[in-house]
Ligand binder design. Structure first.
Ligand code: FMN
Length: 195
């Protein structure tokens, strides 16, 4: 299963492009699931170190549902709106709370495949840095990071929403970067299936 995680508190541009990414993956034969932080309670990590001692997070919130989904996922598509030139606080909380999974099993994420999507209101608003934050999370947890390659999708899929849903739908260049990234992501997943 491929898990898409939206880091936007709104049902707007980020959710839209993530849903499109999952649709493209289903067309390629993958089973997908969707999780959004919208309407959810996901606390930031408290660094209480409970997870190091007890191998689970002590915070009983909606992250518990996501923990289960992450366990099932072979591939992860993290999508974030760009907030102040980087990822949203919501998706950062998701990343930080994953510490509990790694505390329980050091290799929890190892060998999964990851791609990233960033949606900014500005054409050049920090999309690449936001993607790099997600790719860093992937790298340090052993998730294989995949981009769409040079000539358009260097680090992953980057969108310019002009702060609206209609704006992101018009972003042809963004969708080109998404198609390129989805293609390579799917190819990597298929390659690893044969290993
Ligand atoms: C707190 C906040 C900070 C933002 N900072 C940036 C920014 O640094 N760069 C940018 O391009 N857009 C910025 N935006 C705009 C959003 O990235 C943009 O509207 C995006 O489409 C939001 O995603 P959504 O439509 O899924 O909610 C910011 C929005 C908010 C609410």
């Amino acid at each position: 299963m491929i898990l898409g995680i939206s880091g936007s508190p709104r049902k707007k541009a980020t959710e839209y492009v993530l849903t499109e990414a999952l649709r493209m993956l289903e067309e390629r034969g993958f089973e997908t699931e969707f999780f959004t932080v919208r309407g959810k309670q996901i606390s930031p990590c408290q660094h209480c170190d409970y997870c190091l001692r007890h191998k689970k997070c002590r915070i009983e919130d909606d992250m518990q549902e996501l923990y289960g989904m992450l366990g099932e996922a072979r591939g992860i598509v993290m999508a974030t709106p760009v907030y102040n030139g980087g990822v949203s606080a919501q998706i950062k909380a998701v990343m930080d709370r994953c510490r509990a999974l790694v505390a329980a099993d050091y290799d929890f994420f190892r060998g999964k495949v990851g791609m990233a999507i960033a949606v900014g209101g500005d054409r050049i608003g920090g999309q690449e840095f936001a993607i790099q934050q997600i790719l860093t999370f992937y790298i340090l947890n052993g998730i294989i990071p995949v981009s769409g390659g040079s000539f358009g999708a260097n680090l992953g899929a980057t969108f310019w929403s002009k702060d609206t849903l209609d704006g992101v739908k018009e972003d042809e260049e963004g969708f080109r970067s998404l198609r390129k990234t989805v293609k390579r992501f799917a190819e990597m997943l298929k390659m690893l299936e044969g290993v």
